[in-house]
Ligand binder design. Sequence first.
Ligand SMILES: [Zn+2]
Length: 125
Amino acid sequence: MEFFESDIPRALTKGAYYKGLTLGHEFSGQIVEWGSKATEWSVGDRVTIAPLEPCMKCVYCNQGKFGLCDTYNYYGSRTDGAMANFIKVGKANILKLKDTISYDAGAMVDPAANAVHGLWRGNLK
Ligand SMILES: [Zn+2]
């Protein structure tokens, strides 16, 4: 089995895209600061993050097929990830967590989404 864009092969076999890369692409946390254009968030909001940041310019992005983007960015792989005290993310990647969802469960939103996508692609009934 080969893993793509995961922390383990990135750390143990493939190597980092650049020296000093901070791993961590499945995470959740709390907003501590935001940019002037991110008015929909408040300090203290509990969130999880979609790690893939599409270019929004290529043919695939224009079709809404963000996972096929040729020049995507990816937290913890192509840019620094969340195994740090703080991470800067794009506002389009932020998903708010309900108070009833733990941070651990919040960090599993992206892996769960990948699993659901696989089930849909497999046409499982
Ligand atoms: Zn794109």
